[in-house]
Ligand binder design. Structure first.
Ligand SMILES: Nc1ncnc2c1ncn2[C@@H]1O[C@H](COP(=O)(O)OP(=O)(O)O)[C@@H](O)[C@H]1O
Ligand SMILES: [Mg+2]
Length: 382
């Protein structure tokens, strides 16, 4: 009997010991986790704190403490950090948050006129619903962005001012030359006509260049409005063909169009699409020394496609991604000689994309290039 009792007592003591030791073990484990967490929080290279639901600071790491100059637990976070000591408008404590959810807001005027990205994560800390805030100082980046924006605006204002100022006298020069050429100011001889013709061609070219720069400015500023109307793409192609014919012929190049019948109806800005085609065809003629230029239209289920093919020098595969960038001319010297701004393709790309379309090129060295663009039919525009 006593034996049985002692055995039971023994078993009980063993159980107690094991319970005590497992509790001790879990306490040690918890302590370790807590130490690990603290070390982790202190190794994060940003200011960090944990606040309760009312914004009272419960924990702050060393970096934040150094930034403020003292450990400020117990106070409202906005009273400590923001310059006006007011709660931020977008503060998750105001607008609501969930445990485990992360939201980032930009806070201006904190820690003495600085700008911060503050990332808030909802969590449970010491059994309380709370928010961990991580502070990333973006003051320098913001200032740099501002400087870049100002510089871009200055560049844009300057270019547009210069272009406008150049346009006015140019119009007068053009007018004057035309009057003399047409004989309205008296008869001119053959030699005078030759020189005036050259002058007129160059004035026209200068005009085109200025217009390209102005167009680009408008695109950059997002000021280009589209006049969308139902148009016949084949008619537009024919018009471009007629205007460009003498240019191609002058270089001894063949020039043909292959238009598809029964194309789906598409709304587009006629003048802008003419501008794109003019640029693609001018490029094709400009860079092709022998062979021919072909403009083709094809229809798809939900788009129409226009392709301008040439038998020119072709474009290196590695250069293709550079093509549609501003002021990009591939061969430097050669292209400067052909006299362009290097803006034609980027303007074309912007125009096509603002129609919801796409523009691209296929090219093989020594064999030629084909520039394609597609315009989606209206109902499918996203
Ligand atoms: N059909 C083409 N064949 C070969 N190279 C071309 C062709 N079209 C464009 N390029 C290259 O792309 C560059 C950019 O064209 P673009 O933007 O129209 O500017 P620009 O005509 O003013 O030079 C050209 O300078 C040329 O290097
Ligand atoms: Mg061009």
């Amino acid at each position: 009997m006593i034996k049985r009792y002692l055995k039971r007592l023994g078993n009980f003591l063993v159980d107690c010991a094991s319970i005590l030791s497992s509790r001790k073990n879990s306490e040690i484990a918890l302590q370790r986790i807590s130490n690990f967490n603290k070390t982790l929080l202190n190794t994060i290279p940003f200011g960090l704190d944990i606040v309760d639901e009312r914004g009272n600071i419960m924990y702050m790491n060393q970096i934040l403490e150094n930034a403020i100059g003292e450990k400020t637990t117990g106070k409202k976070c906005w009273e400590v950090y923001t310059d006006d000591k007011k709660q931020c408008d977008l503060c998750p404590l105001k607008v609501g948050f969930e445990t485990g959810e992360t939201k980032t807001i930009e806070v201006n005027g904190a820690f003495g006129g600085k700008t911060f990205l503050v990332t808030h994560t909802g969590m449970i800390y010491n059994g309380k619903k709370s928010v961990m805030e991580v502070f990333i100082d973006i003051t320098g980046r913001k200032k740099a962005e501002q400087v870049i924006q100002q510089a871009l605006k200055a560049k844009s204002d300057f270019t547009s001012m210069v272009s406008h100022e150049l346009r006015t006298p140019l119009t007068a020069i053009k007018e004057g030359i035309s009057i003399v050429l047409d004989g309205e100011a008296g008869a001119i001889n053959k030699e005078q006509k030759t020189f005036l013709d050259i002058a007129k061609r160059n004035v026209d070219r200068l005009n085109r260049l200025i217009n390209e720069v102005l167009d680009f400015q408008k695109l950059e500023a997002g000021k280009m409005a589209l006049k969308m109307e139902e148009n016949d793409i084949n008619q537009v192609v024919k018009e471009v063909y007629d205007t460009m014919f003498s240019l191609a012929q002058g270089k001894g190049l063949g020039f043909v169009i292959n238009t598809a019948e029964h194309l789906p109806k598409v709304k587009f800005d006629r003048d802008k699409i003419i501008q794109v085609l003019n640029n693609l065809v001018t490029n094709a003629i400009k860079f092709t020394e022998k062979g021919s230029i072909n403009i083709a239209t094809t229809g798809g289920d939900n788009f129409i496609r226009v392709s301008v093919q040439d038998t020119g020098p072709g474009i290196k595969a590695e250069d293709i991604p550079r093509l549609f960038h501003e002021f990009e001319q591939l061969e430097g010297e050669v292209d400067r000689k052909t006299g362009g701004t290097g803006l034609g393709l980027i303007i074309s790309k912007e125009i096509i994309e603002s129609h919801g379309g796409k523009i691209w090129v296929e090219s093989k060295m020594e064999q030629g290039s084909t520039f394609h663009f597609i315009l989606p039919i209206e109902e499918r525009r996203g």
